[in-house]
Design a protein around this ligand. Structure first.
Ligand SMILES: [Cu+2]
Length: 67
C-alpha cells in the first residue's frame, strides 16, 4: 500500500534520514521516498498504516499531514 504525506518541517537531508530511520524501526521493509524540497513523503509498506506513521513521526518531532 502506498501512503502519501506532506511534512512541512522536513527541510533537509538530516530530516530525511531521521524520518526514514524512524519508519524503518517499525516497518523494516518499507520503501520510503522523501523530498525535503517539496516536503513530500511516500511510504510503500503493507505492515503499517497512515495513523501509525503519523504518530511515530510526531514522536520524532515532525508534523506529517496525510494527503
Ligand atoms: Cu532537516
Amino acid at each position: 500500500m502506498k501512503q502519501e504525506f506532506l511534512v512541512p518541517d522536513m527541510t533537509c537531508g538530516h530530516c530525511v534520514k531521521m524520518i526514514t530511520d524512524t519508519i524503518h524501526e517499525f516497518s523494516p521493509n518499507a520503501v520510503v521516498n522523501a523530498d525535503p524540497k517539496t516536503h513530500w513523503l511516500t511510504v510503500e509498506a503493507n505492515d503499517t498504516d497512515p495513523q501509525t506513521i503519523i504518530m511515530k513521526l510526531q514522536v520524532a518531532g515532525y508534523s506529517p499531514q496525510q494527503v
